[in-house]
Design a protein around this ligand. Structure first.
Ligand code: TYD
Ligand code: MG
Length: 457
């Protein structure tokens, strides 16, 4: 008989080792090796002939009848939009975001709306005491909503309680990092605990038809709860983004097994909770005064996700012959010097006796070369004191020759700008082919761009 070997499989990366170790040798995750059933002692021939001995599986065509999943709308249109039409029953949704961004507020509001529509909603907070949540609900004017509220962190307690009665239509777990499964060792928030607790909750949701929402705090490197374990386990991942010091929040689908990932929901954080921003152009356009010079909006990409950022420039003419300062926040100072040099050498603009300040608003750091044209627009606008039209964005790479070069993901940038209410875009000529949602102006050289900005031809 073949000797039965023990094998340990890393639950994070799948690598196999023959002895247990605290840390996976391949992906360096801790406590992820789990003993799995050893290979059974199958006779050699059977092991190498897989064309028999299994069960028949049902195969059918792509055109077979498909039952669309039931959707439960939250009653918050922007939330529903990001979800692709509402929560799907027997599914798991993860909502990630920085602490304090407003995840609990948004979910409490959604929970209350759904409860008032007659759905059964359970809200389990592991972070706040039930009374804290209650007080917040009252402040938001939602104190009367029939939400079932509890403060708990043990998944066993939660599932025991919920299994005793009719399972809720919606179950909110705030947050998954505070949950604890007694099936495995480890403190709440560790990768293995987050994975185990999620697995138990997701299994419950799938078996009992509940729509499960897990709240996840984002770690410093931007991933949710460690090595993205959760993102693989759930059906939908939403990111709740924004600057804590600013009012606006964007809810964005990153993954959606039941819908598209190109939808966003826009909110503004008010003293009475999150308000929907139905017309997101308000987000940038009303905040930006028509007459301000030296500011352009640039559709940047973070990974493959578009983010609109404002680029601001200030040009101060110096009377004396002192060496002018150049200061940059959020962009590369070498790149600014290059754009200034091209504007001087190829377009006849003079910055040599002026101080130049460049700032990327909102604390963003932009590294994308596509920002060149937007930076040039801000500089030209600041120098000429002519505002860049408030409903336009700009992107394109500028070469030392003065050519404006095409950049990656043009359609994605244009689409995002269109969704947020912008109407015009200034782009490299090669990308100005087909008008999508925006009116496009294409430029072959920076010289042409300067003429356009200055209103010359
Ligand atoms: P919260 O929902 O607790 O964030 P998270 O769950 O993502 O950690 O939101 C906390 C912030 O929102 C807090 O700084 C206060 C602010 N806030 C408002 O401005 N208005 C409100 O009505 C509420 C409830 C919170
Ligand atoms: Mg919270």
């Amino acid at each position: 008989m073949a000797k039965i070997q023990k094998r340990y499989v890393c639950q994070s990366c799948g690598s196999v080792s023959h002895r247990w170790q605290g840390q996976c040798a391949d992906c360096s995750a801790w406590n992820t090796l789990v003993e799995e059933a050893a290979a059974s002692a199958t006779p050699f021939a059977a092991k190498h002939n897989l064309q028999g001995g299994g069960r028949m599986i049902l195969m059918s065509g792509l055109d077979a009848e498909v039952a669309l999943p039931e959707r439960m709308t939250t009653g918050i249109a922007e939330f529903d939009r990001a979800l692709g039409g509402g929560f799907v029953e027997a599914s798991a949704t993860l909502i990630g975001g920085d602490p304090g961004i407003g995840k609990s507020t948004l979910l409490l509001q959604a929970a209350a709306r759904m409860a008032m529509q007659g759905k059964t909603v359970a809200y389990v907070s592991g972070e706040e005491a039930a009374d804290q949540v209650r007080l917040r609900a009252r402040r938001l004017g939602l104190g009367g909503a029939p939400v079932q509220l509890a403060s708990a962190t043990s998944t066993r307690d939660i599932l025991t309680t919920l299994s005793a009665g009719t399972p809720p239509d919606l179950l909110i777990i705030d947050s998954i990092q505070t949950m604890h499964s007694d099936l495995i060792e480890g403190a709440p928030g560790t990768v293995s605990q987050v994975r185990a607790s999620s697995q138990e909750l997701i299994r419950f949701a799938k078996e009992r038809g509940t729509a499960l929402v897990l709240v996840g705090h984002v770690t410093k490197d931007g991933s949710i709860a460690g090595p993205r374990v959760l993102e693989h386990m759930v059906d939908t991942v939403l990111a709740f983004e924004g600057e804590r010091s600013h009012q606006y929040r964007i809810l964005r689908a990153i993954k959606n097994r039941f819908g598209g990932t190109d939808e966003i929901g826009v909110f503004s954080m008010q003293t009475e909770g999150l308000a929907e921003v139905g017309n997101p152009s308000a987000l940038f356009l009303t905040q930006r005064d028509e007459g301000v010079t030296g500011a352009t909006v640039f559709p940047a990409l973070e990974g493959t996700r578009p983010v609109l950022v404002e680029i601001q420039a200030l040009v101060v003419r110096l009377a004396s012959g002192a060496t002018p300062r150049r200061a940059v926040v959020g962009w590369d100072s070498g790149r600014l010097a290059m754009i200034l040099a091209v504007l001087e050498a190829r377009c006849g603009l003079s910055f040599s006796t002026a101080e130049v300040y460049l700032n990327i608003a909102g604390g963003y750091r932009v590294q994308d070369p596509a920002a060149d044209l937007a930076v040039a627009a801000a500089l030209i606008s600041a120098l000429s004191e002519r505002p860049v039209p408030a409903d336009s964005v700009a992107f394109g790479e500028v070469a030392l020759s003065g050519e404006v070069r095409p950049v990656a993901h043009g359609p994605l940038r244009l689409k995002e700008a269109g969704k947020l209410g912008f109407e015009r875009a200034m782009v490299p000529i090669a990308m100005a082919k087909d008008d999508g949602p925006l009116r496009l102006s294409g430029f072959r050289t920076l010289g042409q761009f300067v003429d356009h900005m200055m209103g010359r031809g």
